[in-house]
Write a protein that binds this ligand. Structure first.
Ligand code: KG4
Ligand code: ZN
Length: 338
């Protein structure tokens, strides 16, 4: 089955064709992040306007790269939430129109759950259930237990800012560009000292007996450090400190959850999963704790927003809806009903 995925939840316009949920035939992404870099963050109105400009060309390119005539597409899938309402509507209305025109079924996708499916792409070894999945994106941080496709139980998440948001906001304080995650990672890579000694910023909620995180205090701690008149600390050290503070709590609490729920696989997903140091620390933590588990992290380009995981999600959670029933749901949660 060949599914055309469409993703327009924020500032990326993406389309992809995936065969049988695992084989990527094409994966096209246009991003308006350069425009948002000028303002230091996404302006929803501008993001939606860029979606309108890009959506048809991006779908056209994805089909031609997959060497696929629309008649050979088996189904269309599109993100219905969560995301920015204006951006979501562009993808949804386009998908509805194509579904009607080409007479193809349409499968609504939950963007957060779909992120996890990047772990089924471009890999020989496939995740086994039960799996624990940590979704770390720009707007969400959720830990879920996946008993099988479509059966998710929420275990924990952030109480305030998402992990990606913490990267983006502290990057701004450090004078680094949007998106902040890759900018902090690049700056931190310049710091050559021993990273295990980096303990400048707090690790909130680490000792709590739950699987929740809190990242909003990090901004204040970074701002205070920058404003303090004491000894000047280099930008690369501060970036490395921020990165370490975020990663440390993500890894430690996730591994505690692995110990408690004893899943067969651990799946990292979302834009922040593109962070190399995060993957390294997970691998190291798993090795040191001798937990028996297969650890999965997608390649960086499959972690950040794209439509290949939307198409994969649709294959494994195949429940088409009549096009008239598809609605944008900007507040959709990871376990929310579409
Ligand atoms: O999943 P995603 O592409 O979009 C959303 O659904 O939000 O995630 C975007 C987030 C941004 O906050 C960005 O700064 C972060 O992922 N990100 C990273 C890296 N690449 C992207 N964070 C840390 N390290 C990276 N290499
Ligand atoms: Zn995303």
């Amino acid at each position: 089955m060949k599914i055309l995925g469409i993703e327009t939840s924020c500032d990326e316009t993406a389309a992809a064709v995936v065969e049988n949920g695992t084989k990527v035939l094409s994966n096209t992404v246009a991003s308006s992040s350069e425009i948002h870099a000028k303002t230091g963050g996404v302006i929803p109105e501008q993001a939606a306007r860029q979606q309108v400009k890009s959506v048809i060309p991006v779908i056209g390119i994805a089909l031609s790269r997959a060497r696929l005539n629309p008649s050979k597409v088996d189904a269309i899938s599109v993100t219905v939430g969560p995301g920015l309402i204006g951006s979501l509507l562009v993808g949804i209305e386009t998908a509805k129109t194509l579904s009607l025109l080409w007479k193809k079924p349409i499968v609504p996708a939950n963007h957060l759950v779909a992120h996890i499916y990047a772990n089924w792409l471009e890999t020989e070894n496939k995740p086994k259930f039960p799996a624990l999945a940590l979704v770390v994106s720009g707007g969400h941080t959720d830990l879920v237990l996946m008993k099988e496709h479509g059966k998710l139980e929420w275990i924990g998440g952030t109480r305030d800012d998402a992990a990606g948001e913490a990267f983006d906001k502290t990057a701004r304080l450090l004078g680094l560009p949007y998106p902040g995650g890759p900018a902090i990672a690049a700056e931190a890579a310049e710091y050559k000292e021993n990273k295990s000694k980096l303990k400048m910023f707090p690790r909130p909620m680490l000792e709590n007996n739950n699987f929740d995180w809190s990242f909003s205090g990090l901004k204040t701690a970074v701002a205070r450090q920058i404003l303090s008149s004491e000894k000047k600390i280099s930008k690369e050290r501060l970036a490395a400190e921020v990165q370490e503070a975020i990663i440390d709590v993500l890894v430690k609490k996730s591994l505690r959850a692995v110990d408690k729920f004893k899943p067969k696989s651990f799946l990292l997903a979302g834009g922040v999963a593109a962070n190399k140091r995060l993957g390294e620390k997970f691998n190291l933590g798993i090795r040191n704790s001798k937990l028996e588990i297969d650890f999965f992290v997608p390649s960086p380009k499959l972690c950040t927003d794209n439509a290949a995981y939307i198409a994969s999600y649709a294959h494994f959670n195949y429940s088409p809806l009549p096009w008239q029933k598809l609605e944008a749901n900007p507040q959709l949660t990871i376990t929310g009903q579409i």
